[in-house]
Design a protein around this ligand. Structure first.
Ligand code: GDP
Ligand code: IMO
Ligand code: MG
Length: 432
C-alpha cells in the first residue's frame, strides 16, 4: 500500500479539496498536517457543496478515518461548529472517524484579536490575512507558550496557561493596539466546556498513522494553502505562517520521510490569489474578469474576490523543486473555455536577463516581467470529458506544454467542480 501527499503549487485554492475527496476512494486515512481554518476546501458531490476548514476532506466517504495532525492550529470552536454542520447534513462524524492530535496547538481568542488588530494597524500594507488567528497561534507555538489539545485534558494547567498568557497579551492588546483587554475566566470557561466535548477525539495521531501503515493501510496527506504562501519559500511577508510544502508532512503529522511515496501538486489552469502581495501574471482587464466570473473565484473561507491571472510556470517550476512533485493535477481547465488565446508565463525577465525561479526580494519580484507563450484557446464546453481524447486538440496542447516545461506528468485533470467531472490519467496510489 502507498501513501500520497497532495499539495497546492500556487497561492492556495487550487482545488485541493476536490482532488482529496476524489482520491479518498483509494485510501484508508486522510490527514491534515499544517494550517488551520484559514483553509477552505470545497467538495461537490451530487451537486451538493461542502466546505471543509479543519475537518479533513475525506469526511464524505464512509468508513475512512480523518486525522488532524500536530502541525495544524485548531480553533476548537470552529472545529465543533464544523462537526455540527456536517452532522446536520447527515454525515457520520465522531471519534470513530475523526481524531485530533494531542500535540496540535489551539487558536485562542487573543490570537484572533491580535491578528485583526495588527492588520488594522498596518492599513494599506496589510497582509490580507483571513483574520482567524493563524499567525499569532504559530508565534506562540514557536515561542513555547502555546496551548495544545492535550491541555484540554488537564484543566488546572489550562487555567494557569490562559492566565499567564493573558498577562502578556492584554498588555500588548491594550498598550500597543489600544484594544480591549480579555477576561481569563471567560476564556477558561469557554474552553473548559469545549474540552468536555472534544476529549474523546484527542489522540496520538503519529502512533495512529504508524499502526495504520504497519497494518497495510494507505494514507492520504492533505495540504492546505499553497507553496507560494509557505512561510519559508513563499512571497514573504505576504504568506501564511506554516509550511504548506510536502516536506512539512513529516513534522506536521509525525511520520518519517520514507513513508511518503507520491507527491501530487495541484495546479489551477490559471493563477489566483486572495489577499495582498505580488502577482506577476495578474490580469486587471476583462480577461481577468472573465476568468474570475467563470471560475466563481471567491474565497471559500472569507468570501473575498480572488485576483486572477495567467498560469505562471515559473511558480510551478519552483513548486516542482520545493515539493519533489511526482505528478500534477490540473484543475479548472473548463474555466478557460471560450477564450480565443491563452497565455502561459514560461520565464521572467529581470534587469535584461531571463530567470526561471522566483526571486526572494519583493522589490526584485515586482520588477519581473513575465515572458509569455501564446497558445490557441477552445470554445467547447469540456465538462463532460472523462478521457483525455474527449478534450479538444487545443486543450490537449495546453496540457502538453505544461508537461513539457515542468517535466512532470499529469495524474488528474479537473473539468468541473463535481467529483465525477474529472479525467483520471494515473492513480497516484499505485506507486509504492
Ligand atoms: P482548495 O482550497 O485548494 O481546496 O480550493 P477551493 O475549494 O478554495 O477553491 C476551488 C474552487 O474551484 C471550489 O469552488 C471548487 O468547487 C472548484 N473546483 C475545483 N476543481 C474544479 C474544476 O476542475 N473545475 C471547476 N469549474 N471548478 C472546480
Ligand atoms: P486553502 O487551503 C488561499 C492567505 C490569506 C493571506 C495569507 C495569510 O483554502 O488553499 P493567514 O490567515 O493564513 O495568516 O493569511 O494567506 N491564505 C490563503 N489563500 N487559500 C488558502 O487556503 C489560504 N490560507 C491563507 O488570504 O493572503
Ligand atoms: Mg480554499
Amino acid at each position: 500500500m502507498s501513501n500520497v501527499v497532495v499539495v497546492g503549487t500556487q497561492w492556495g485554492d487550487e482545488g485541493k479539496g476536490k482532488v482529496i475527496d476524489l482520491l479518498t476512494d483509494r485510501t484508508d486515512y486522510v490527514v491534515r498536517f499544517q494550517g488551520g481554518n484559514n483553509a477552505g476546501h470545497t467538495l461537490v458531490v451530487n451537486g451538493e457543496q461542502t466546505i471543509c476548514h479543519l475537518v479533513p476532506s475525506g469526511i464524505l466517504h464512509k468508513d475512512k478515518k480523518n486525522l488532524i495532525g500536530n502541525g495544524v492550529v485548531v480553533d476548537p470552536a470552529v472545529l465543533l461548529e464544523e462537526i455540527d454542520q456536517l452532522k446536520k447534513k447527515g454525515i457520520a462524524i465522531g471519534p470513530e472517524n475523526l481524531s485530533l492530535s494531542e500535540k496540535a496547538h489551539l487558536i485562542m481568542p487573543y490570537h484572533k484579536a491580535i491578528d485583526l488588530a495588527r492588520e488594522k494597524a498596518k492599513g494599506k500594507d496589510k497582509i490580507g490575512t483571513t483574520g482567524r488567528g493563524i499567525g499569532p497561534c504559530y508565534e506562540d507555538k514557536a515561542g513555547r507558550i502555546g496551548i495544545r489539545a492535550i491541555d484540554l485534558l488537564d484543566l488546572d494547567s489550562l487555567k494557569e496557561k490562559i492566565e499567564s498568557n493573558l498577562r502578556e497579551k492584554n498588555f500588548y492588546l491594550t498598550e500597543f493596539f489600544k484594544a480591549a483587554p480579555m477576561e481569563p475566566k471567560a476564556i477558561f470557561d469557554e474552553y473548559k466546556n469545549m474540552a468536555g466535548i472534544l476529549q474523546p477525539y484527542i489522540s496520538n495521531v503519529s502512533v495512529e498513522i504508524d499502526q495504520a501503515i504497519n497494518s497495510g493501510k494507505s494514507i492520504l496527506f492533505e495540504g492546505a494553502q499553497g507553496t507560494h504562501l509557505d512561510v519559508d519559500h513563499g512571497t514573504y511577508p505576504f504568506v501564511t505562517s506554516s509550511n504548506p510544502v510536502s516536506g512539512s508532512v513529516c513534522a506536521g503529522a509525525g511520520v518519517g520521510p520514507d513513508k511518503l511515496h507520491h507527491i501530487v501538486g495541484v495546479v489551477k489552469a490559471y493563477t489566483t490569489r486572495v489577499g495582498s502581495g505580488p502577482f506577476p501574471t495578474e490580469l486587471e482587464d476583462e480577461t481577468g474578469e472573465y476568468i474570475q466570473e467563470r471560475g466563481a473565484e471567491f474565497g471559500a473561507t472569507t468570501g473575498r474576490r480572488r485576483r486572477c491571472g495567467w498560469l505562471d510556470l515559473v511558480m510551478i517550476r519552483d513548486s516542482v523543486r520545493l515539493n519533489g512533485l511526482n505528478s500534477l493535477s490540473i484543475t479548472k481547465l473548463d474555466v478557460l473555455s471560450g477564450l480565443k488565446k491563452l497565455k502561459i508565463c514560461v520565464e521572467y525577465e529581470l534587469e535584461g536577463k531571463r530567470i526561471d525561479a522566483t526571486p526572494a526580494g519583493l522589490k526584485r519580484l515586482a520588477q519581473c516581467i513575465p515572458i509569455y507563450e501564446e497558445l490557441p484557446g477552445w470554445d467547447d464546453d469540456i465538462s463532460s470529458a472523462r478521457r483525455i481524447d474527449d478534450l479538444p486538440t487545443e486543450a490537449r496542447s495546453y496540457l502538453t506544454r505544461i508537461v513539457d516545461i515542468t517535466g512532470i506528468p499529469l495524474s488528474i485533470i479537473g473539468v468541473g467542480s463535481g467529483r465525477e467531472e474529472t479525467v483520471l490519467l494515473e492513480n497516484p496510489f499505485q506507486d509504492a
